[in-house]
Write a protein that binds this ligand. Sequence first.
Ligand code: NAD
Length: 339
Amino acid sequence: MRVLVSGGAGYIGSHTVVHLVAAGHDVVIVDSFANSKPAVIGRLEALTGRHLPVHAFDLTDRDKTERLFGDESFDAVVHFAGLKAVGESARIPLDYYENNLDATFSLVRAMRRHGVKLLVFSSSATVYGEQAPLPYREDYAPLQSSSPYGRTKVMIEQVLTDVAAADPSMRFALLRYFNPVGTHPSGTIGEDPQDIPNNLMPFLAQVAVGRRDKLIVFGDDYPTDDGTCERDYIHVEDLAAGHVAALGRLTTTNSPVSVWNLGTGRGTSVLELVHAFERAVGRELPYEIGPRRPGDLPRSWADPGRAHAELGWSTTKSVDDMCADTWRWQSANPMGYEG
Ligand code: NAD
């Protein structure tokens, strides 16, 4: 299939591009580079051995989006483009609602106008909110989230569900990611936060490479085994493979909307991840226990059973793989793509 990958220069998008090409798809990337570097494209072309057409514009621009769909033809869209920092979304909510919703509106409008039926959307475990019982299952309702970022995901899931109800020939996959970490095993592409990392793994990697003094662990008095928060870390390579499987399933399913959790089904605590990263690096890393971070839930993990059954997909990589690959990328690229 000819697949348009929105946000294909970003962390998860770039890894998925490699998997889509390996699965035989033709990939076209659209990205504003608001949170990524053009240098990733050369690395992707080296990894895939393909020329990858790139359209550099902001998808909230409806005219440009419409023109792209007029000039080229696509069979499917994999939609990663969006702003994703939870804390920032509370400071500039309007930017988050505008960017994430408008980009989706303009993509889906262009898809409908040009007869493109298949869309895979990056949702998040954050839509389960604070009340859902563990493990999180796709049939849980009502969806809610404690941040403007998370609410953009809840809203987009609802919008896509409404669009599919009005036009049941559409096929939408809503993929609820748990905590993506790790990098391509080559160490040539990876996560390259533009600012202070918001997430544990890239922060740890920057401590290990000497860009940050120490890690602050946000609280060790949670009701968990070691007192630190537990998350369902999923290797980005497994996550990328999940997109290829979901796209394939959209071509055969009769359901206009499919929701799949992409997680391992296991929780790993902050301290367990720190110690796994220390094993990958081969030395101890400086960390300090600090106060809790507002909004953090003690524990979160997926029930990935539906994705196993319906996609024939499951995760293959361990927490040690996630750390070893991240360290390979970070040590070879201490300053990210521009290092
Ligand atoms: P990322 O920031 O690395 O990638 C997103 C890409 O989209 C960037 O390259 C950015 O430049 C681009 N972009 C943003 N707004 C755009 C717009 N209006 N037009 C064109 N391009 C635009 O983020 P990521 O970690 O790769 O996440 C990809 C998707 O997965 C996002 O939608 C994110 O919300 C979702 N997600 C991420 C995580 C995570 O922990 N990384 C977890 C759950 C869901």
